[in-house]
Ligand binder design. Structure first.
Ligand code: GLA
Length: 371
């Protein structure tokens, strides 16, 4: 059953009757280009078929009632003029999203919403952005603005993370889930938000491997990385690390740690550009080589990987061989890896990866995202 159908069925159980509409926002996997979005760089995410659906119906009063079947404390309700709580998990995100949307697209009445998702949470597949964008779309639809520019929703969803979750994230996740199309890669320029779709060659398979490593204290480490990048840019006298030429970048004015962070960002932007070209020309060997280099850079220069994921990525690379590659994906510090291989090899590769043992000794979980 699709997420929309599940949400519609659950809506009837929780609220009784049928919803007036349903909306959907996907999750995403980032193929290459991590920790560069907030440095105005290039990223190459791919929206997934799995994501978050919201079934909605207007109410006669001024209350917003949200039932999130898959979340802790599944029901949350508030008045249209109540202030959102801060740092209070999904309640803050949901309430914050409704408030920011409402400021631009006022609701004439309350709304009841049933949220249902099939994305594993906290696994680097943007469950949070998917949740916020889906809620934003539901508010837009219920206030009669279903045709709102999705970039607007993406920007508001990013602001919600900043203000109500305390995560100083970039815009990649929100753009990928609000604007991108499932199964196509999206080369997004995070400086001006221009993008171009790149078809994943039908001979390629993209898969997501859950490492089984829970990410801890990630928000603090994420925000710290962002500050380090901004400090490096200031010392280099540029508006953002995007402005540093990868061939002539001179790190001598930076302390060694900042120099490593800057080197990751500057080299990752170049890798992303080259990877998009390799994908457009079907050159899987070059794409795989760039993925491996991106992983090493995340591990050594950005220090945003995890020893268990490093071990898994080496193993996945060995299984795939030169026709493809693997790397940690998303914010890092655990979570998931993304791997690319030939579709003709995918059954063998998936089977061999499943035999690999994660941190708890169970086999690794693999999801074929496309082809
Ligand atoms: C998280 C953030 C994104 C991005 C990635 C790393 O997913 O939400 O904005 O910075 O990490 O590329």
């Amino acid at each position: 059953m699709s997420a929309r159908d599940t949400a519609t069925a659950a809506f009837a159980e929780v609220f009784g009757g049928a919803p007036q509409g349903t909306v959907f926002a996907s999750g995403r996997v980032n193929l290459i280009g991590d920790h560069v979005d907030y440095n105005e760089g290039l990223v190459l995410p791919m929206p997934l078929a799995v994501g978050t659906a919201v079934a909605w119906r207007r109410r006669d009063d001024d209350r917003i009632v949200i039932h999130a079947a898959d979340m802790d404390g599944a029901s949350y309700s508030f008045g249209l003029t109540d202030a959102p709580p801060e740092r209070s998990g999904w309640h803050s995100l949901a309430h914050g999203m409704v408030v920011l949307m409402q400021a631009e697209f006022p609701l004439a009445s309350g709304v009841e919403m049933l949220v249902s998702g099939d994305l594993p949470r906290g696994s680097g597949l943007s469950s949070s952005a998917s949740f916020c964008v889906a809620l934003g779309k539901a508010v837009a639809a219920s206030s009669g603005h279903a045709d709102i520019d999705p970039v607007r929703i993406a920007r508001l969803a990013q602001r919600v993370e900043h203000r109500f979750a305390g995560v100083a994230c970039g815009i990649m996740d929100q753009m990928a889930v609000a604007v991108g199309s499932t199964g196509n890669a999206m080369l997004l320029d995070c400086r001006d938000l221009s993008w171009r779709e790149i078809t994943i060659p039908p001979e390629w398979c993209v898969m997501i491997v859950q490492s089984g490593v829970t990410r801890e204290l990630v928000d603090g480490a994420y925000n710290e990385r962002r500050e380090q990048c901004e400090s490096a840019a200031r010392k280099l006298g540029v508006a953002s690390l995007r402005d540093v030429d990868p061939d002539t970048g001179d790190w001598t004015g930076l302390d060694p740690m900042e120099a490593r962070r800057a080197r990751h960002v500057v080299s990752e932007i170049r890798r992303t550009r080259l990877a998009a070209e390799a994908m457009a020309t079907g050159d899987i060997e070059t794409f795989g080589r760039l993925m491996r280099a991106a992983h090493v850079s995340m591990r050594d220069d950005f220090e945003a990987s995890h020893p268990e994921v490093d071990r898994q990525v080496i193993q996945i690379d060995r299984i795939i061989g030169p026709q493809g590659g693997a790397r940690i994906t998303g914010g890092g510090f655990g979570g998931a890896s993304v791997a690319v291989c030939l579709a003709a090899e995918a059954d063998r590769v998936v089977e061999a990866i499943r035999q690999e043992h994660g941190p708890d000794g169970a086999g690794l979980e693999v999801m074929r995202a496309v082809h």
